[in-house]
Design a binder for this molecule. Structure first.
Ligand SMILES: [Zn+2]
Length: 497
């Protein structure tokens, strides 16, 4: 999948500093240089206007020197995407495409409370394959929900975790693309690209001071070699996927995310610095970036790991992004994307505190949480619907290996704590719903039961119209569960509503 040919190479650093062109501070929400600080000489203010014009179509690299010719800083300005993702955005996954309105109602509630959150319908190629759905369905669902609720704000449809082999399936229906290049990490990049990266990094000097991070990043040749060995081929692959989408949709007509989250080893804030340098060097106008954070992000259940360490890394990533926006010229609205695997409730207040502290944006992806609420809703509805919910669990129990295989790295089920089929067969609505609903500390809540049902959506897909018929029949009760979950358990915690 990863080609190693030098389709794109890093731009070499200029050989010698030229005259000052503009100030390095970018504050404009449109990614154009912000107003020069008060006290800038008049010629700098003039240049700001001129460059805004050129930036419509060109990439500009500038370096700054003071009156004595001493090097101060550098900046690369990439043409800004016209389509921009808002400061806060929430990825709402919906396997069966029936909960678009219910999810949007939850986001509307947040907007009514003064927090504008952009809905992003995300569905991966893997989900489409398992459910036998098509990206056109996700687009249809999003458009219909927006029309039905009269949603006036922006919304996006995310081709989640795509690569060159499957992106074409999504291109006509998506305006957000998550370029998944995790499989290209640790693949070799062509030597000339490594050399170009090394030269490009020469401008950083030997110590990079990132405001807010106490220790400077000490840049050595060995470190650059290591970074290139780990990430350069992956970012080059992101460049290929980006250019392919751009060739079809046109620049600025979509939002780009680069994801590397589905791997074992987390990326540190220092890794993030060099990943962003590579992304900038290849001219990818990335607006969201999804690293693998420290700890386990199991599907549908809370975070497992050292939350304090997560918070430290998350904060440093935010500061590194800030630095990269200013110094590498990446889009000013670049923000972290957390592929949460749903329901990382422990992390929500930590992330909320950090983004508030620095006045930054955030994208959170959830997917399975809405599918699980469908099953809860059916259980609550009782009768035939409760029986279908039980059937999903009982069948999933019998096919555990097969269902868990695609999610091996992101689930952690203790078999001994899975309730036996015979026991679940006798449960009433309340017992089933309480075992599944994610209320930490609830005496009946069972995270093992929840994770197994999380990966069991294939069973519901196989039930076909029997399952979707029940969703339609119990639209209100299921929709209420979905809405309450997204608003009360997710958005409230994230945005302190
Ligand atoms: Zn992901």
């Amino acid at each position: 999948m990863c080609r190693t040919g030098p389709l794109f190479s890093c731009r070499p650093a200029p050989s010698a500093p030229s005259s000052a062109l503009l100030r390095g501070k970018k504050t404009g929400g449109n990614g154009l240089p912000g107003r020069p600080d008060r006290g800038d000489p008049p010629h700098l203010r003039k240049l700001e206007g001129d460059l805004s014009f050129f930036l419509e179509s060109f990439k500009v690299m500038a370096i700054f020197v003071d009156a004595h010719g001493i090097f101060l800083s550098d900046i690369t300005l990439t043409k800004t995407s016209h389509m921009e993702i808002g400061k806060f955005s929430f990825g709402i996954g919906d396997r069966f495409e029936h909960q678009g309105e219910a999810q949007l109602r939850a986001l509307r509630k947040a907007t009514e409370k003064g927090i504008e959150v952009t809905p992003v319908w995300n569905k991966s190629n893997r989900e489409h394959n398992i459910v036998h759905s098509e990206p056109s369905g996700t687009r249809k669902e999003a458009d219909a929900a927006v029309a039905s609720l009269g949603w006036k704000g922006p919304y996006l449809v995310d081709a989640d975790h795509i690569n060159l082999t499957n992106v074409d399936r999504f291109i006509g229906y998506s305006d957000f693309f998550t370029l998944d290049v995790a499989s290209c990490i640790n693949k070799p990049a062509p030597p000339e690209s490594v050399e170009a990266f090394r030269k490009s990094c020469a401008l950083l000097g030997s110590r990079v001071e990132i405001p807010g991070i106490g220790e400077p990043v000490v840049v050595t040749g060995e470190m650059l070699e290591r970074m290139a060995a780990k990430y350069l081929a992956a970012i080059q692959e992101a460049g290929r996927i980006y250019r392919h989408i751009e060739s079809v949709k046109g620049a600025g007509n979509f939002v780009t995310e680069v994801s590397m989250d589905e791997v074992e080893a987390p990326q540190t804030p220092v890794d993030m610095l060099f990943i962003l340098k590579m992304i900038a060097d290849l001219g990818i106008p990335v607006q969201t970036i999804a690293p693998k954070f420290t700890g386990r992000f199991n599907k549908g259940v809370d975070y497992v790991g050292d939350a304090e360490q997560f918070a430290r890394e998350f904060e440093q990533d935010v500061l590194v992004i800030d630095y990269a926006v200013t110094h590498f010229g990446l889009p000013a609205n670049l923000k972290l994307s957390v592929h949460s695997g749903s329901d990382k409730f422990t992390l929500y207040p930590l992330m909320a505190g950090i983004i508030r502290k620095y006045d930054k944006g955030l994208h959170i992806k959830t997917a399975g949480t809405t599918w699980l609420e469908e099953v809860i809703g059916l259980a609550v509805a009782g009768g035939e619907a409760l029986e279908a919910a039980k059937e999903i669990y009982i069948k999933a129990l019998g096919r555990k290996e097969e269902l868990c295989a695609p999610y091996a790295d992101v689930i952690d089920i203790d078999d001994r704590r899975l309730p036996p089929a015979g026991e679940v067969a006798g449960w009433d609505s309340d017992t089933f719903a309480s075992a599944l609903r994610h209320i930490p500390g609830h005496p009946l809540f069972n995270p093992n039961f929840r994770q197994l049902i999380h990966v069991g959506y294939k069973i519901a897909a196989e039930m076909g119209s029997r399952y979707t018929g029940l969703l339609k029949q119990h639209r209100e009760v299921v929709g209420n569960c979905v809405e309450e979950n997204i608003y009360d358990r997710h958005l409230k915690r994230l945005f302190d509503l």
